[in-house]
Ligand binder design. Structure first.
Ligand code: SAH
Ligand code: SF4
Length: 405
C-alpha cells in the first residue's frame, strides 16, 4: 500500500503575511556567526554561541529554540525574532511498499520569484545502508533527452542551507536523531545506529553548476562535530562538467559518479548534450585525474538502459574497453519512463546479458534495483505531477514548461 500524506495547510488557515524570517537550520558556522551578530549577540559571545547552536542544529536536530536550554532565554528570543529553524516545507510525502520515501518539498520564495519553488528528495533504505538522494537545483539548465528534470527550465540554484535542509528534514521524518531513547547520548549517532548512511547528489539539477553552495552544504553535512557523514559516503553525480570535476575533487573530495550513458560521442551528444562541449575522451581524462582516485575510491559510471538505443552486447563490450585502467564501478540503471518520454526501458533479459558482460570484466552486480516504482521515485516525476495538477486548477492560465509533458 502506498501512503500519501498531504501536508499543505488549507489556504484559510495559513498565517497572515509577516516579515520573512530565514532559517538557521542548514547554515555554516560563518553564517551562524553573522546571524548572531545581526540579532545583537555581543561579539565576544558569538564564538561560544555558534558552538552551542551548531550542536543543537546538527547533533540534536533541534526544531525549536526552546530546546536550546544552555542558551539564555534572552538570546533565544532575540534569535527567534529574526530567524526560524524551519526545514523545507513538505508538500507531499509518499512511502513505497519497499520503504522508499519520497518528499516533494517547497522552498521559501526569494524576492523575485512569483511562486515558491519545489524540489524533491528520496530516501532508499537497504539492508546494510540507507541512501538519501537530494537535489541541488530547482530544475536543470541541461537537457538530457531521457531525463524528466531536463524538460523543466532552471528556476534557481539551491542555497547551501536548502541543500542541508533536505538532510535535516529526512532525519526528522525517519527518526534519525539521537532521541528520547538515547537520553545519555551527548555525542554523535554511531554509524551502526544511523538510518541515513549515505547521501547522493542525484536529485534535481547539475550539482557542479551550483558548485559553491553544494560544496558549503557538503562541508556542513560531513563536519565531524555535527552530522558527521564521511565524504566517502557522499557521492556527487555529474553529467560531465569537465572543468569543475578536478576542482570538486580538490576542494570537496567526495565520491564521484559520472552519468555516462553512452560509449560513442555521437550517441552521447544526443542523450547527454553537454557531451558536445566536453566529449567522452575529455570526461574520462578528468576521471583518471580525479584527486584521490584509487581502487579504494572508485568512480561510479551510471549507465541508463534504453531499449534499442545503448543496450547492445557491443555497447557493453565497448563500455568495458572504455573504462579500462580507471578505478571504476558500473551502475546500470533501468530507465524509469515518464509521461511523454521517447524511450523505453530495455527488456530484463537484455539488461541481464549486458550486466553479464560487464560482470565478466570484473565489475560486481552492476544493476541498480528499481526502487519505489509505485511512487515514481525517479528524477522529476512527483514534481511534475504536482505542476500538472496546478496547471489544471488554473484554468485558462498558460501551463508552465513542465506541465506540457
Ligand atoms: N545532473 C546530475 C545529477 C542528477 S541526475 C547528473 O546528470 O548526473 C541523477 C542520475 O539519474 C543521472 O545518472 C541521470 O542520468 C539519471 N536519470 C535521469 N533520469 C532518469 C530516468 N528517467 N531513468 C533512470 N535514470 C535517470
Ligand atoms: Fe540535468 Fe542530470 Fe537530468 Fe541531465 S540527467 S537533465 S544533467 S538532472
Amino acid at each position: 500500500m502506498t501512503l500519501v500524506l498531504d501536508h499543505t495547510p488549507p489556504r484559510e488557515t495559513q498565517a497572515p503575511a509577516t516579515a520573512f524570517r530565514p532559517t538557521l537550520a542548514g547554515m555554516s558556522r560563518a553564517r551562524l556567526a553573522e546571524a548572531m551578530a545581526a540579532a545583537g549577540v555581543p561579539q565576544k559571545q558569538v564564538r561560544m554561541r555558534v558552538v552551542q547552536l551548531w550542536r543543537w542544529l546538527y547533533i540534536s536536530g533541534a526544531t525549536s529554540f526552546d530546546q536550546m536550554t544552555d542558551i539564555s532565554k534572552e538570546t533565544r528570543q532575540a534569535l527567534e525574532a529574526l530567524y526560524t529553524l524551519d526545514r523545507p516545507e513538505i508538500v507531499a510525502e509518499q512511502v513505497s511498499v519497499d520503504g522508499t520515501r519520497k518528499w516533494l518539498l517547497r522552498l521559501p520564495k526569494l524576492g523575485h520569484e512569483a511562486r515558491a519553488p519545489e524540489i524533491e528528495a528520496v530516501y532508499i533504505p537497504e539492508s546494510a545502508r540507507g541512501t538519501l538522494c537530494i537535489s541541488s537545483q530547482v530544475g536543470c539548465t541541461l537537457t538530457c533527452s531521457f531525463c524528466h528534470t531536463g524538460t523543466q527550465r532552471l528556476v534557481r540554484n539551491l542555497t547551501a542551507a536548502e541543500i542541508v535542509g533536505q538532510v535535516l528534514l529526512a532525519r526528522d521524518r525517519i527518526g534519525d536523531w539521537p532521541g528520547a531513547e538515547r537520553p545519555n547520548d551527548k555525542g554523535l549517532l554511531p554509524d551502526a545506529d544511523r538510518k541515513i548512511t549515505n547521501v547522493v547528489l542525484m536529485g534535481m539539477g547539475e550539482p557542479l553548476y551550483n558548485f559553491d553552495n553544494v560544496a558549503e552544504a557538503m562541508d556542513i553535512v560531513s563536519d565531524g562535530e555535527g552530522i558527521s557523514l564521511s565524504k566517502r559516503r557522499i557521492t556527487l553525480s555529474t553529467s560531465g562538467v569537465v572543468p569543475e570535476i578536478g576542482r570538486w575533487g580538490e576542494l570537496s573530495g567526495t565520491m564521484l559518479a559520472i552519468s555516462l550513458h553512452a560509449v560513442r560521442d555521437e550517441l552521447r551528444d544526443e542523450l547527454v548534450p553537454i557531451n558536445k562541449k566536453y566529449p567522452i575522451k575529455q570526461l574520462l581524462d578528468a576521471c583518471r585525474n580525479y584527486p584521490g582516485v584509487s581502487n579504494a575510491k572508485r568512480i561510479t559510471f551510471e549507465y541508463v538502459m534504453l531499449k534499442g538505443v545503448n543496450d547492445s552486447p557491443a555497447d557493453a563490450k565497448a563500455l568495458v574497453r572504455l573504462l579500462a585502467g580507471i578505478p571504476a564501478k558500473i551502475n546500470l540503471i533501468p530507465f524509469n519512463p515518464w509521461p511523454g518520454s521517447k524511450y523505453e526501458c530495455s527488456d530484463w533479459e537484455t539488461i541481464e546479458h549486458f550486466a553479464d558482460i560487464v560482470n565478466k570484466a570484473g565489475y560486481a552486480s552492476p544493476v541498480r534495483t528499481p526502487r519505489g516504482r509505485d511512487i515514481l521515485a525517479a528524477c522529476g516525476q512527483l514534481k511534475s505531477e504536482s505542476v500538472k495538477l496546478r496547471a489544471r486548477d488554473r484554468q485558462g492560465d498558460a501551463p508552465s514548461p513542465a506541465a506540457g509533458d
